[in-house]
Every structure is written in structure tokens, then in C-alpha cells.
Design a protein around this ligand. Structure first.
Ligand code: E4P
Length: 213
């Protein structure tokens, strides 16, 4: 399973990319808004750090506007993937962008049906929001499993991104379900790296090493 980092914070991206554990980046308007920098500068910085897919969200509502933004952003770098929210305008835009050879990540997906239609329209990635489904009292992981089952059965080429990850269990369950990608916030990556027994073990080995003659 590929690991993307779900942030627009370039310090976080740099830190985890340097560890060799990050294959790509996903951003969204809310993540961009948290950073005190102009949008284009953030994207240019991310592109200079990461050599892998970088999702940048289109913010226009009509297909024509989404396509225009998609064309503009995709010129920044070959790794840019245009994030498009699923609705009728979004599907239309995904179809056109895919015809132009521009990669898309269909976002804000909450059901296997939406994922199936995004794939039909030509989305390179479909992002299912596990955490938000759980928050709303649904079982997000069931949607990942159901979608993977359908994608495997029909050999659908769109890659499934398990998104809106809230904890390390979401990551393990996504991997077990066969998700192509998990896009993970830095605090969850941090929890995945650390274990109290590892810290305790390292300290013990260091202490014992001092006693070696
Ligand atoms: C996905 O690409 C989104 O950026 C993200 O995973 C949304 O997560 P949230 O529900 O924590 O906002």
C-alpha cells in the first residue's frame, strides 16, 4: 500500500518524506487555509520536496471552471493530480480532464456507488473518507472493503485512497482491505512510528552497551 501524507504543511511533508515512508501528498482547501502562505507558493514548495503524486483540489463549482483550474494546476508539475469533488459537474470535469491526460483524484466519496461512478468517469484515484463516515455513525471501513471488492472484481484501474484517516487502526484495516493508498495526517504517522516498548528497548540496549568491555 502506498502512503501519502495528508497535509499542506511543507515542514511536515519534508520531515516524513526524508524518512522514506511517503509516496505522495494530498491537500485540500481546508489544509491549505491552515498555512500562512499563498496557495501557489505552497504547491511549488511541495513539488520541490516530493517526487510523487500531489493532489491539489479544484475549487470551481461548474465543470468548465474545474477543467480550467485543472489545466492550469497541472502545468505546475507533472506530478500534480487534480482533486475534484463528486457530483454531476465533478464527474463531467473528470471525464474531460482524463481525456486530456490530466490525472484526477475524485474526492468527498462516501459510498461504493460514488466510487464506482468516479471510476467510470475516468478518475485516476477515488478518495473515500473513512473518518468522516465513522464520525457520522457509519462504518467507513465497510465502504473501503465494498469498493475494493467491486474494483477487484471488474479490474477497475482507478486507485482507491483511504482518506480522512483518524488513527493507526484505520491504516491497518485499509491495508488489510487492499486499499491502494492511505493518505495519513502527520499525527497518525507519528503514532505509527512510535511504540513505548521500542523506546524502552532502545534505552536498555544503550545502557547495557555502556557496560560492554
Ligand atoms: C483527503 O484527501 C482529505 O484531504 C482528507 O483525508 C480529509 O480528512 P478530514 O476528514 O480529516 O478532513
Amino acid at each position: 500500500m502506498e502512503v501519502f501524507i495528508d497535509t499542506a504543511n511543507t515542514e511536515q511533508i519534508k520531515k516524513y518524506y526524508e524518512l522514506g515512508i511517503v509516496d505522495g501528498v494530498t491537500t485540500n482547501p481546508s489544509l491549505i487555509a491552515k498555512e500562512d502562505k499563498p496557495f501557489k507558493k505552497i504547491i511549488e514548495e511541495i513539488v520541490s520536496i516530493v517526487d510523487g503524486p500531489i493532489s491539489v483540489e479544484a475549487t470551481e463549482e461548474k465543470a468548465e471552471g474545474i477543467i480550467k483550474q485543472g489545466e492550469e494546476y497541472s502545468k505546475i508539475n507533472k506530478n500534480i493530480v487534480i482533486k475534484v469533488a463528486i457530483n454531476e459537474e465533478g464527474l463531467k470535469a473528470i471525464k474531460e480532464l482524463s481525456k486530456k491526460g490530466i490525472k484526477t483524484n475524485c474526492t468527498l466519496i462516501f459510498s461504493a456507488n460514488q466510487a464506482l461512478l468516479a471510476a467510470k468517469a475516468g478518475a485516476s484515484y477515488v478518495s473515500i473518507f473513512v473518518g468522516r463516515l465513522d464520525d457520522a455513525g457509519n462504518n467507513g471501513m465497510n465502504v473501503i472493503r465494498e469498493t475494493m471488492e467491486i474494483f477487484k472484481m471488474y479490474k477497475i484501474e482507478s486507485k482507491l485512497i483511504s482518506a480522512s484517516i483518524r488513527n493507526p487502526i484505520h491504516v491497518i484495516e485499509s491495508a488489510k482491505a487492499g486499499a491502494d493508498v492511505a493518505t495519513i495526517p502527520f499525527n497518525v504517522l507519528d503514532k505509527m512510528i512510535k511504540h513505548p516498548l521500542t523506546d524502552k528497548g532502545i534505552q536498555k540496549f544503550l545502557d547495557d552497551w555502556k557496560k560492554v568491555k
